[in-house]
Design a protein around this ligand. Structure first.
Ligand code: HEM
Length: 209
């Protein structure tokens, strides 16, 4: 059912509120702001994130094939990021496939059935670029990583981070104001965030092999 502009605007506030707990869980599990973060733990975290992005993007790619106009409105092709995680892992001397195959399993993510669910999933993936700018700056200060490669996965848009986030928010609001279902967007975001938090648990401090 169409919603008024005020209601549509609330979807972003609802997304933030409904996923705040999962965000905290992911943030503390990954502990990327750790002043003692070293190369091996960073590789463990990136391996988990790479496998997650591969799975999350596969669902979005299938949606984009069914809903090309919605995918274009969101600039989906530019938002794909699994390749950046893989490139960063290789730059760190690690095998990106180690986390996506073999005995480590795969993140359990539901199918993306429509644009409501795509927006919920994208909220999680795109929002991570906001914290990503802080992570990027922090990594640059770490003695344990000094002289290492400059990573691209955390802050893929550089100076365009704000513009890309703003565009995501605008399209989400427009979709809900037209005929989207804000509740289903939020449900999909919670499912994505929950799956990410569960998937990242093995990368928590002290549990990486
Ligand atoms: C892959 C893991 C992560 C995901 C999926 C994620 C997701 C998100 C999302 C969805 C938002 C948007 C919240 C909103 O609606 O405004 C956000 C914002 C933010 N995140 Fe994360 N996040 C991740 C990791 C981190 C980490 C490790 C940190 C620690 C530095 C962090 C710090 C922040 C901060 C500071 C913001 C707010 C930025 C701003 O308002 O300018 N995030 N994140």
């Amino acid at each position: 059912m169409p919603r008024d502009a005020g209601g549509a605007g609330d979807v972003l506030r609802d997304l933030r509120t409904a996923t705040a707990e999962e965000h905290d869980r992911v943030e503390s599990t990954l502990d990327l702001m750790d002043p003692h973060l070293d190369r091996d733990r960073l590789v463990g975290v990136l391996g988990r994130l790479h496998a997650f992005w591969v799975a999350a993007e596969a669902g979005l790619d299938a949606w984009a094939r069914r809903r090309p106009d919605d995918a274009a409105a969101l600039d989906w092709a530019r938002r794909r990021r699994a390749g950046l995680y893989a490139a960063d892992l290789r730059a760190l001397g690690a095998d990106p496939e180690a986390g996506t195959s073999g005995g480590t399993g795969r993140p359990g993510l539901p199918e993306v059935r429509d644009t409501d669910e795509a927006l919920g999933r994208l909220y999680v993936l795109e929002g991570s670029t906001l914290g990503g700018t802080f992570i990027d700056r922090h990594l640059a200060t770490l003695p344990g990583l000094a002289g290492g490669p400059r990573l691209r996965c955390f802050s893929p848009y550089g100076a365009d981070t704000g513009a890309m986030w703003h565009a995501f928010r605008r399209v989400t609001r427009e979709h809900v104001a037209a005929d989207g279902d804000a509740g289903r967007v939020v449900t999909a975001a919670r499912a994505t965030f929950g799956a990410l938090a569960d998937w990242c648990a093995p990368a928590a401090q002290g549990t990486t092999a």
